[in-house]
Design a protein around this ligand. Sequence first.
Ligand code: ATP
Length: 199
Amino acid sequence: MVVGLTGGIGSGKTTIAALFDEFENVVIYNADVEAKQLMNSSSAIKSKIIEQFGEKSFLNNQLNNSYLASLVFNNKRKLDVLTSIVHPEVKKHFQYFKNLHVKKEYIIYENAILFESKSNLICDTIITVFTPLDVRIKRTMLRDHSSREEVEFRINNQCSENSKHLQSNYIIHNNTKELTQSQVRRIHNILTKKAAKFD
Ligand code: ATP
């Protein structure tokens, strides 16, 4: 069973995925991390990026992150093109990962842009993390040493919170670590029962 885990920038997906990771028989696939790795290792992605964004997108065979970021920063159309190049390959890579972990009760598919990349379609159930906007901005600025403007731009390129909530089966309110932990435990108990019926 594939459980999508999404939420806005800095909402706490990775923190919550780490809590799920403590359960036996659960495995985490971080699509955001895999996407970054695949951008460097997949020749299919590389040639499409060069075709769309030019030779400068790679330097010494490594993704030129700052160049690419400068192109997509403030340009939603270009960001969508990049997503449409990278995420189909991530989904293919995930199929391989899934086959390696067939014995697990469920797989958490962590992805900041689960709906935007249409990866919700490969999930059997979806959890969205909710954290108030001002808290997310503060936590992300602190974590990434980035400006409010940078964080707000990334946030503005994601689906609205409302639309995510309407398409989700569970919502975790990530206020305090203790309350979050008990919500994770409760959802895990439900998912374990669901997974048993899934086979
Ligand atoms: P991104 O989409 O940018 O990858 P994310 O949704 O994975 O972000 P995290 O990296 O898990 O978010 O959390 C953002 C920051 O907030 C981190 O520095 C994390 O330690 C902190 N954080 C997460 N949850 C809590 C919490 N309940 N209380 C305090 N700090 C938290």
